[in-house]
Design a protein around this ligand. Sequence first.
Ligand code: GCO
Length: 456
Amino acid sequence: MKNADLATNTAQWKFPPGFVWGAATSAYQIEGAISADGRGRSIWDVFCRVEGAIADGSSGADACRHYELWRDDVATMKWLGLDGYRFSVAWPRIVPDGDGAINAAGLDFYDRLVDGLLEAGIEPYLTLYHWDLPSSLEDAGGWLNRRTADAFGRYAAAVADRLGDRVTHWMTLNEPYVSANLGYVTGQHAPGQRLSQADGFDAAHHLLVAHGLGVTAIRDAAPDASVGIALNFTPVTQVGPGADDAHVGAVIDAIHNRWFIEPLAGSPYPEIACRAAQWSGDVVLPDDMDLIRAPLDFLGINYYTRQLVDHTGVLAAPGPTTTMGWEIRPSTLTELLAWVHGCMGLDAYYITENGAAMPDVVSEGGVIQDHDRIEYLATHIDAVAGAVASGVPVRGYFVWSFVDNFEWSLGYEQKFGIFAIESDTYRRIPKLSALWYRNMISDSQAPESAPTTGRP
Ligand code: GCO
C-alpha cells in the first residue's frame, strides 16, 4: 500500500486490545517555571547560558509554560483520546540540591498532574530522569561520580513513595546513551564536556547503576509497579564492502545500540566497544552487573532513524529526511523490534518515542497541514503493526511529541509536536497530524464489527 493510502486508511491496523496510544514530553522541554516553588538549578539552566550552546540562543526557562498550563494540556490530551501520557519528573524540583532535603512543593506539582491525568482517564507513564541533572551534583562530577547514582536512588524513592499508589508505569532513565555521550564526550548537551569515549563509558556505567538502584527503590515503594527504562536505538547499516567498513560499523553499533541493552539483559558490556575506547572498566564494582540486570517489566524504545556507516564513520543520510536531517526509514523499526525482543525476551515493549521534525508551513486557512508528519507517523505505526503481527509484544505507542517544545541544543527551531504553540498566548494549536492521530485512535478502538472504510 502506498504511504499516502496508509495514512488515510487508519482502521486497517489490528492492535491487540488494551494497546496504549500515547504522547510523550519531558520536563525541561515543556515546563518552564524554572524558579517556581523551590526548584533547584539544573545542568540545562547552566548550559543554556553558554554562548553558542543553543542554536537559537534560547532556553527552557519558559518553554511551553506547561507548569502553569498543565490543566489545559490534560484537557487537550483527553480531547485527543490518549490512553497514556509519558512525561518526566524534574529531579531539581524534588531535590533542589540533588541530594538531601526533599522539596514537598515539587512533589505536589506531579501529584496534581497525576490526579488530573487519572481523572481524565489517561494513564501516567512516568520517567524519573530525562537529562535535567541538579547542577550541584554536576559540580561534584555529575555522572562521572558514582555518588550521583546513589543520589538518584534516593530521589527515585522519594518520588515512588509519593506517587507509587497511583502511577503504575515507571521508567528510570530516558536515553542514557545521550546523557553519557552527548553530555560527556561530544559536549553537544549539558554539561557540555568533551572528554574521551572511555570517560563517556564511566558516565554510562554510573547511569546504569542509577537505573538499578532506581528499580529497587520503585519496587520497594510500589510492589505492583511496572518498571522499565527508555533506550534510544539508531540501527547501523554498513555501507562499503571492506573489513574496515565492517569494523567501524560494529564499533558504532556497539556504542549506540548494544551498550545499554546487553547488560540489562545480563550480558557484559560489548567487548568491541570497550577495546575501541580502551576502557579500563575500573568503575565497575563487584555487584554492579547483577544490580543492572534486575528484571524489568518492559522496555521503552525510542526510534527515529537508522544510520549508514562506512570506514570513515556515519555518512550523511540519503533522502527523504526530516528537518533534523534524519532519514525516514520505517522498515528499520520492524527489524529493530524483532532484534530487541531477541535480546530481552520481555512480555512488554512500548514505543516510548517516535515522531518527526518537519517544516510545518502554515497554510492560508491558518492550519499547519503537516501531511509529511502524518505520513511519517502512519508508516511507523504500520511498522509497529508488522512487528506485532510477527509476535513482538508491543503494548503501546507514544508519539514524540505532544507539542512543539525546546529541542535541546537546537532550541525551538526543530518542531516535533502534533500541536503548535501560538506565540504570545501559548495556546496549543492542533496541526493536521493531531486531528489525524485523534481519528486513528478512535478508529483503532472501534469494535471489530464497525465499518472499516477510511476517511479523509
Ligand atoms: C529523546 C528525547 C527528546 C528529543 C527527541 C527529538 O529522548 O531523544 O527524548 O527529548 O526531543 O528525541 O530529538
